[in-house]
Write a protein that binds this ligand. Structure first.
Ligand code: GTP
Ligand code: MG
Length: 393
C-alpha cells in the first residue's frame, strides 16, 4: 500500500522533486525526514530518502572537490560505452573480479590476495567472435564497507548487463543475496521483477497512465490520485507487468531498472567448491523464471572463461547484421541491434535518409527463406543475416 503520508511530509517530497540544485534537494529531503511518520507503510520511502540523502551529500562533496581542483577531475563516475555492450563486473571483496576481468580482457586490473584491493573502476574489452564487449572491473560491494555501493550501482544502472562474481571459497548464496540487495537498495534489480513503473514528468495533457499490465491493489484513478497528492498533474506513467501502488509511489522519486545478469561462481578449482556450487545452483534454479544465469569458472585455471563471451552475447539479447551494397561484399564488422529489430531499423542505423527512402531489402542468412530474399521494412532480422537495403534515390 502507498505510504499514506501526512500532507506536510508529502509537501516536502514534492519540494524535493521540484528542486533543481543539489543543495535544495538535500534541504527538502532533510525536512522530509524530520516530519515523516515512522510507521510501517512509510518504510520504503524512508529508506529511500535516507539513501538518496547520503548520495546527494556525496555528490555535493564531489562537486566541491572538483571546483577546488582546477582542471583535475575527481574519480570517474561513468565510462563511455564501447563495443557491442557494456557489462559491469561486481561482487564481494576478494571474489576474483579483477583477476577475471584481467584474464578475459587483458586489462591491467589490480589483483591482490587481500580484500579491498580495487578502489577504481577499470574497463577492458572482451572479444567474442567478431565483436567486443566492454567489461568494467569495480570496487567491492559489501555491507561491511558500503562506501562504494552507490558508485558501483550507478555503473550498473548505466550498463547493459551485470556480471556478479561470487567466490566458491565461502557461501556463494550469502554473497549473491548481499550483492543483489545492495544493488536493489540503489534501484538496480538483477532479478527480473514482476513489473516495472516509469514516471515521466511533464507533457501537456494531465496524467496519462499507459497500462501494459496490472495494478494489483488499485486502479488507474488511484494512480492519478497518488500523483496529485504529490502535486504532480502532468506526467506519463508507464506500467508493465504486475505492480502495486507502492511501486508507483517509489517510481515517482526513483526509477528502478532491471539489468540482465550472469553470476560467475569463481574459484571452482578450490577444494570444496563443488558443494558450494551446488548450493548456488539450486538456489538460483528455484528462483522466479531462473531470471539470473549461472556459470562456474576459475580465473586461476581458466576453466570456462572461453564461454563467458557467448553467455554475455545471449544475455544482451542482440543480433549481428552484415550490410552490403548491391554487387558488393558484406561488411566485415557487423551492426549490432536488439533482437527483434527489423530491416528498417538496420536502414535507420546506417543513415536516416536510407530509412526515409526505403523501398525493400534483400536478405541472406538465418532469417531469409532463400538466399537474397526480397523483404519489406518489417522483416525481422536474425543473428548472422546479410542485408542489402534498396532505397529510392
Ligand atoms: N584459487 C583461486 N584463486 C583465485 C581465483 N580468482 C581469483 N583468485 C585469487 O583471489 C584473490 C582476489 O582476487 P582479486 O581479483 O583481486 O579479487 P577482487 O574481487 O577483485 O577483490 P577486490 O578488488 O578486493 O574486491 C587473489 O589472490 C586471486 O589470485 C580462482 O579462480 N581460483
Ligand atoms: Mg579487485
Amino acid at each position: 500500500m502507498p505510504a499514506n503520508l501526512p500532507p506536510e511530509a508529502k509537501a516536502k517530497l514534492a519540494r524535493y522533486s521540484e528542486a533543481r540544485s543539489i543543495e535544495e534537494k538535500i534541504r527538502a529531503l532533510e525536512e522530509f525526514l524530520s516530519v515523516a511518520p515512522k510507521h510501517k507503510g512509510a518504510e520504503n520511502l524512508l529508506l529511500w530518502a535516507r539513501r538518496r540523502l547520503a548520495e546527494l551529500r556525496e555528490e555535493l562533496e564531489a562537486e566541491r572537490r572538483k571546483r577546488r581542483s582546477v582542471g583535475g577531475g575527481g574519480p570517474r563516475i561513468f565510462f563511455e560505452k564501447e563495443g557491442a555492450g557494456q557489462v559491469v563486473v561486481v561482487g564481494p571483496p576478494n571474489a576474483g573480479k579483477s583477476l577475471l576481468v584481467h584474464r578475459l580482457t587483458g586489462a591491467r586490473t589490480r589483483v591482490a590476495d587481500y580484500p579491498f584491493s580495487t578502489t577504481q573502476p577499470q574497463p577492458g574489452m572482451l572479444r567474442y567472435q567478431d565483436i567486443y564487449f566492454q567489461l568494467i572491473d569495480t570496487p567491492p560491494l559489501t555491507r561491511e564497507a558500503p562506501q562504494y555501493a552507490s558508485r558501483v550501482a550507478g555503473l550498473a544502472r548505466n550498463a547493459d548487463a551485470v556480471i556478479v562474481v561470487v567466490s566458491l571459497e565461502d557461501d556463494p548464496v550469502r554473497q549473491y543475496e548481499e550483492v543483489r540487495d545492495l544493488l536493489a537498495e540503489h534501484g538496480v534489480l538483477i532479478e527480473r521483477p514482476r513489473g516495472t513503473v516509469r514516471v515521466e514528468r511533464g507533457g501537456a495533457t494531465g496524467v496519462e497512465v499507459v497500462l501494459r499490465g496490472r495494478i494489483l491493489d488499485g486502479t488507474v484513478s488511484d494512480v492519478e490520485r497518488l500523483l496529485a497528492s504529490y502535486r504532480i498533474y502532468r506526467a506519463r506513467v508507464l506500467i508493465e507487468g504486475e505492480v502495486t501502488l507502492d511501486d508507483v509511489e517509489m517510481a515517482i522519486f526513483r526509477s528502478t531498472v532491471w539489468r540482465p545478469t550472469i553470476v560467475l561462481a569463481n574459484k571452482v578449482d578450490l577444494p570444496g567448491a563443488r558443494d558450494a556450487y551446488r548450493r548456488i545452483y539450486d538456489y538460483l534454479a528455484a528462483r522466479r523464471e531462473k531470471s539470473v544465469w549461472l556459470l562456474p569458472v576459475s580465473a586461476r585455471t581458466g576453466l570456462n572463461l572461453d564461454r563467458v563471451g557467448e553467455l554475455v552475447f545471449r544475455r544482451l539479447n542482440i543480433v549481428r547484421v552484415y550490410t552490403k551494397q548491391p554487387n558488393g561484399e558484406p561488411s566485415r564488422t557487423p551492426l549490432v541491434l536488439p533482437r527483434g529489430s527489423t530491416v528498417l531499423d538496420v536502414a535507420r542505423r546506417i543513415h536516416s535518409d536510407l530509412a526515409e527512402y526505403f523501398l525493400y531489402a534483400r536478405v541472406w542468412g538465418p532469417s531469409a527463406k532463400y538466399p537474397g530474399e526480397k523483404v519489406g521494412p518489417d522483416h525481422v532480422v536474425e543473428d548472422g543475416d546479410v542485408v542489402e537495403i534498396h532505397a529510392r534515390r
